[in-house]
Ligand binder design. Sequence first.
Ligand code: ASP
Length: 324
Amino acid sequence: MEALDRRSFLITTGAVAAAAASAPSSVAAQAPAAVFLSTWEWGVAANRRAAEVVAGGGSLLDAIEKGINVVEDDPNVTSVGYGGLPNAQGEVELDAGIMDGATHRAGSVCNLHKIKNPISVARLVMEKTRHTTLAGDGALQFAIAMGFTPMQLLTPKSLEAWLKWRSSPNRESFWIDREHHDTIGMVGVDGRGQVVAGCSTSGLAWKIPGRVADSPLVGCGYYADAAAGAASATGNGDVMSNYCTSMRIVTRMGQGLHPQEACDEVMGVMAKTAPNVRSDMYCVIAIDPRGEIGAASMNVAQPLQYALWKNGQGALHTAAPFLH
Ligand code: ASP
């Protein structure tokens, strides 16, 4: 993620974190068992919204969707939804996926243009069709049929960033630019047996149009199994998708590993063969049905920040780097 953007998010989410800390205890009283775990600073606001949804009687699927919507709607988050940095042709191209751990159903969209809430479209793919994934124009047409309104997703800020990149004679291409990306990955349990995972991203800035990485792929960017838990991933999705990170983690939790052990184990597997493990971002989060959590990343210079909502309280944490 771009350094400037990260600083501005820290300012934004500092206020959100303070608001979360002073939240009325009624939310805690109404939904004491729900636990939400999300990636990066913006996860604080996503978790807070999710907790409100559950406290208001919504399902865990509602909570994860609405929580992710908060980040998709935020123009200051330049790697998710509205305001996300575009592909090489200047088009914002979004990916998202969601999985219901109780039914083992998932829905996702890839390369979706002009719709700011891809996680909501993904959920409708899961609930209204017999498909799992819709891509490109088919995904857009489906979204329109479901009542979504197409809009311009470039903001003045993201347009300016793209114009600057495009006009630079020595610009880094999609082959080597590893800086401009991030994802809202979110997992949650409701304490009543339901487990859900979801994620949403604009992917790698300046990517080749049509690029699909881990975020919309079941088992890669997200995975949920009510018997074992849920996981999500953020980082270099071109590489991470080759390790099916989220499914690996959930499978190992199902075999008895604590979420932290399962996250560390997948980092260890990747450390053996993934490129640039000290400089690239490779990050995962996980939760088990009891609400125990894990979080891991390998880049010591840019460790994963994750937001946890538990016992009615929200806080932002930094994952201890996985040492390899
Ligand atoms: N995994 C996302 C992608 O490669 C980006 C990120 O999470 O940083 O599209």
